[in-house]
Design a protein. Structure first.
Length: 353
């Protein structure tokens, strides 16, 4: 089958074989990418209309006990400035976000042992107590099932944990030995099973990644059946072992966004900050390729320039209100509109697949 036929098949069957994905990802042309984006956008329009969901991102701790080779927050990075936000700081961010119209807060941090279940549950309950109509998404890395359950019971609704790469050998080239692909995937299955709306994801163009690896990521997503998928280009960070590696390409990231949308028409799919970092209109292009979520930063401006996963991260000098306004305008410029809604995952009732 040629690539155009494969893209049509993905849309109608919501699946391709590993070989078919590998062919598509390794040989697609600009025309194929634009064709996939057009179909993916039509799918997203069918499910979400011209509405873009917005999530307020609160990066509450830059401490991390892990040492991932790609990430600027890795514990070996002695140049990283570390900070922790208090419960009061976090609540202030959420209050400010609420005033700006946010109805989902994403609490993200490095894997920081300081935040025990007790502390985190208290934070989750307090945000829910103040804003019962909001959804809380956690993005705290790998924890025990017991911990995930306690946080869910405290009121958390969703959990983001990128699988990073579905291929165990590739995973081992991106992480130190103590981190295992299998454990991460197990965490994702646990999160889904106990009742979180769950998000996995990966970087596009990470070192050593092959088209076959990306095909494996697609099959992994198909199997896990997550409610959310977060992808963005790999971007080197100057204080990490991958400082001299190539960044992921805009085109590859856009193409992968489209393939994910075609495979899962109703998935919640952000146009990420990393995409906005490698191209001035990356997020707009991401939406036009099938994404339906944007995640402006709500972190206090004093700490923003300390949460640097990669180089040249955008929005580190802007106030929350500015980011919201900026994204509003960006979405309007391409005919879309940000909505203030929890933006929960909806099962599809009718599908053409
Ligand atoms: N470039 C792009 N994305 C990165 N992440 C971490 N480091 C980088 C980088 N250098 C992504 C990882 C992680 C998420 C929070 O950020 O996929 O899961
Ligand atoms: Fe933050 Fe544009 S989204 S300034």
């Amino acid at each position: 089958m040629n690539n155009r036929e494969l893209i049509e098949k993905l849309k109608s069957e919501r699946a391709l074989s590993k070989d078919e994905f590998t062919q598509l990802i390794s040989t697609y042309t600009k025309e194929d990418r634009e064709f996939a984006a057009k179909l993916a956008r039509e799918e997203a329009n069918m499910v979400f209309g011209k509405k873009i969901f917005v999530r307020g991102l609160i990066e509450f701790s830059s401490y991390c006990k892990n040492d991932c080779y790609y990430c600027g927050l890795r514990r070996s990075n002695i140049n990283a400035e570390r900070y922790r936000l208090s419960k009061e700081d976090i609540l202030r961010c959420a209050d400010e976000g609420y005033e700006l119209g946010f109805r989902t807060f994403v609490l993200q941090s490095g894997e920081d042992g300081y935040y025990t279940d007790e502390i985190l549950c208290d934070i989750v309950k307090s945000i829910k107590g103040a804003h019962s109509d909001c959804a809380i998404t956690l993005s705290l890395g790998e924890r025990s099932e017991e911990s995930y359950q306690r946080l869910l019971d405290a009121g958390a609704d969703r959990y983001l944990l990128r699988h990073e790469t579905a291929n165990a050998e590739h995973y081992a080239r991106l992480h130190p030995k103590n981190l295992k692909a299998e454990h991460r995937q197990e965490c994702l299955r646990t999160l889904k099973r106990i009742g979180y709306q769950t998000g996995c994801g990966f970087m596009v163009g990470s070192p050593f990644q092959t088209a076959e690896n990306l095909a494996e990521d697609m099959l992994f997503i198909k199997r896990l059946d997550p409610e959310m998928v977060g992808i963005g280009p790999f971007i080197p960070q100057h204080d990490t072992p991958f400082r001299d590696e190539q960044k992921g390409s805009l085109e590859d990231t856009l193409f992968m966004l489209s393939l994910i949308r075609l495979m899962k028409p109703n998935v919640l799919l952000p146009a990420t900050t990393a995409l906005g970092t490698i191209s001035p209109i990356g997020r707009e292009q991401g939406i036009l390729a099938g994404a339906n979520v944007v995640m402006p930063n709500l972190s206090p401006t004093e700490v923003r320039s300390k949460y640097l996963l990669y180089d040249n991260k955008i929005c580190t000098g802007d106030e929350s209100a500015q980011c919201k306004e900026c994204l509003n305008n960006r979405m309007k410029s391409i005919g879309y509109e940000i909505v203030t809604d929890r933006g929960d995952y909806q099962e599809l009732t009718i599908d053409n697949g």
